[in-house]
Write a protein that binds this ligand. Structure first.
Ligand code: FAD
Ligand code: EGU
Length: 575
């Protein structure tokens, strides 16, 4: 460490800025935090983004490192599973994983307060509220702020850290000072927050420890529980749909059609009042590079990588940024001229990867995910995980419940798809799974106890068994499953129409199952002829319907391209 203690200005006292101040204070730096808004600990109402957030392993790890994990967990609600709401009012839980694999619903404001108070508890941290960054200089380290009285306030520091969110003023200054590549994309969806209040008896109106999801293709609603026994619902819809719902009648018709079970929970009057008096908010995805200017400036959190919220990782990624910077400062002994470029180089690939994953998931949910499909995919993912616990780890598990680098989550997923789907068994009790095309599976078993699943088209699964104890599933059309068993103890399921399942057995020990629950069918089959396993890769990245524009290299395109690489589909257009 150099002779004098480094002086750092953290611009932005949001979630990432406040946490970063804690990390930097632990390094014995002198830290000034500048936040344009008033101190949220004093304010009555805080406008702005989502009321609660999903905290997962990456964010928790960062909080643990500054000694704040326990206090934050005490102020949060564990969510062990999703609860999928069907249009018909059905509710299906889908676990995240084992008992210790759960996410936490945390209150944004409370978390921010805890972080600010923890930062200020250090004598070396000073928070300056109502100080808005006007300009800064990455050669001299000078900054200029405008305070609440409209006066200019100056400071000069060794390092400027931009944690000032998606519309970062620090990033704007960096773009003037250096060759900063920058990409941003607004998605056609907006979001609006609605509340499910506690019941008159002051109880939660829905199951508490779940992430509630209403998947309706281009419409989606998500609800997270709050400590006060309410839920905050976030409704996602295209802006043009928001605009087309103008009257109370439009609104009620829409909700009756799409989210009928939520109406009595939110309350018809509250729904009308809130919906008709609020504006949907935009979501933006931002990628840039590099994250530093020489040894004087660095951007982190949303300032460096705003993402669409469809992986619940924005804050988690920003918190992990703080861990990585801290590690780089350790590694280079606080030499900013080495640590900052190293941080930028190392972290860029991961932050870009999570932006891509979030965008990809947005596209996927929007285009093809209704509640049945959502349930089926997640169950299959979990089923595969239980069959191949060491080789098949669902992508969301790596993202939410591990600290595997984001770009490696993508790489491993690709690896899994190549290897797990190309399994050939040539002897008894072996399995041969061969996937011929994107998301298709072909498993064919030709001898006793073998399983052969062959999928011929997108999202189809075809398992066909031709001998004793074999299973052959053949799926002919989208989302259909057809299992047909031809001989004793064999199972043959053949599904010929979309989303339906038809299981027909033609000999001794035959079965005829019409089931909508794929995992259950699999279980039945396992019980049935004795022996089997089969699986379907379902997968999240299933239906890619896209048209590649002439040369628009948007974030969306790059996300799709990335997924294309994973599945070796290149530029194939599916329709
Ligand atoms: P911000 O929270 O935006 O904080 C930036 C701060 O900088 C603000 O306080 C702002 O006032 C201040 N500032 C701005 N400009 C200036 C200036 N010129 N001078 C001084 N101060 C300035 N993430 C998750 O991990 N899990 C979730 O479940 C989740 N859900 C989400 C749901 C929605 C609908 C949205 C929109 C986002 C969600 N996110 C989630 C993402 C998460 O909200 C962000 O990633 C996170 O808030 C980023 O923190 P930040 O500190 O980088 O930026
Ligand atoms: C969106 C908005 C379910 C809070 C992605 C899952 C989110 C959150 C999922 C919001 C989904 C979507 C995952 C978590 C989480 C799922 C995840 C999304 C919290 C792939 C307050 N997403 N979110 N994936 O698996 O990994 O449950 O606003 F609907 S938490 Cl879109 Cl784990």
């Amino acid at each position: 460490m150099s002779e004098k203690r480094p002086h750092v200005a953290v611009v932005g006292g949001g979630l990432v800025g406040a946490l970063n101040a804690c990390f930097l204070a632990k390094r014995n730096f002198i830290v000034d935090v500048y936040e344009k808004r008033d101190d949220i600990r004093k304010a009555e109402h805080v406008k702005g983004r989502s009321i609660n957030l999903a905290l997962s392993t990456r964010g928790r790890t960062a909080l643990r490192m500054v000694g704040l994990e326990d206090v934050v967990l005490k102020n949060g609600i564990p969510m062990h599973a999703r609860l999928i709401h069907g249009v018909d009012g059905s509710r299906s839980p889908i676990l995240y994983g084992k008992e210790d694999q759960y996410i936490m619903s945390v209150d944004r404001r409370r978390l921010n307060e805890v972080l600010l108070s923890a930062a200020e508890a250090s004598p070396d941290v000073t928070c300056h509220f109502e100080h808005k960054l006007a300009t800064c200089n990455f050669t001299t380290g000078e900054l200029e702020f405008i305070n609440n009285e409209g006066k200019r306030v100056k400071n000069k520091v060794d390092l400027i850290v931009g944690n000032d969110g998606a519309f970062s003023a620090v990033r704007k200054e960096m773009m003037k000072a250096t060759l900063l590549d920058f990409q941003q994309e607004y998605i056609p969806h907006g979001y609006m927050e609605l509340t499910i209040p506690p019941s008159p008896k002051d109880e939660f109106q829905m199951e508490v420890n779940y992430l509630h999801i209403w998947p309706r293709n281009e419409f989606m609603m998500i609800a997270l529980p709050n400590l006060d026994k309410s839920f905050t619902c976030t409704l996602f819809m295209p802006f043009d749909v928001f605009a087309s719902i103008k009257t109370k009648e439009d609104l009620m018709n829409f909700f009756k059609d799409k989210f009928p079970d939520s109406i009595p929970l939110i309350g018809e009057n509250a729904l009308k009042q809130v919906y008709l008096s609020s504006k949907p908010l935009p979501m933006v995805s931002i990628k840039c590079s590099p994250y530093n200017v020489k040894d004087k400036g660095v951007i982190m959190g949303d300032a460096a990588h705003a993402m669409v919220p469809f992986y619940g990782q924005g804050m988690n990624a920003g918190f992990e940024d703080c861990i990585v910077l801290n590690e780089m400062l350790d590694k280079y002994n606080n030499d900013f001229s080495k640590a900052l470029p190293a941080y930028s180089e190392y972290r860029k690939v991961d932050d870009h990867a999570i932006c891509d994953l979030a965008m990809y998931n947005y596209i996927e949910m929007r285009e093809s995910v209704n509640s049945r499909l959502f349930i089926m995919r997640k169950k299959l993912d979990n089923l595969l995980f239980s069959i191949f616990p060491n080789t098949w780890i669902p992508l969301y598990t790596m993202v939410a419940f591990s600290r595997i680098r984001y770009h490696q989550c993508i790489a491993r997923r690709k690896h899994q798809d190549e290897n797990d789907m190309d399994i050939h068994s040539s002897s008894q009790n072996d399995m041969d799974i061969h996937s011929l095309s994107q998301n298709d599976m072909d498993i064919h078993s030709s001898s006793q106890n073998d399983v052969d699943i062959h999928s011929l088209s997108q999202n189809d699964v075809d398992i066909h068994s031709s001998s004793q104890n074999d299973v052959d599933i053949h799926s002919l059309s989208q989302n259909d499953v057809d299992i047909h068993s031809l001989s004793q103890n064999d199972v043959d399921i053949h599904s010929s129409s979309q989303n339906d399942m038809d299981i027909h057995s033609s000999s001794q020990n035959d079965m005829d199952i019409h089931s909508l629950d794929f995992a259950m069918v699999l279980t039945k089959i396992l019980q049935f002829g004795g022996v089997f396993l089969f699986s379907a890769i379902t997968v999240s990245a299933m239906q890619i319907f896209y048209q590649k524009g002439p040369s628009i290299h948007s974030l969306k395109d790059s996300a799709i391209e990335l997924w294309g690489h994973i599945f070796n589909t290149g530029n194939t257009t599916y329709s």
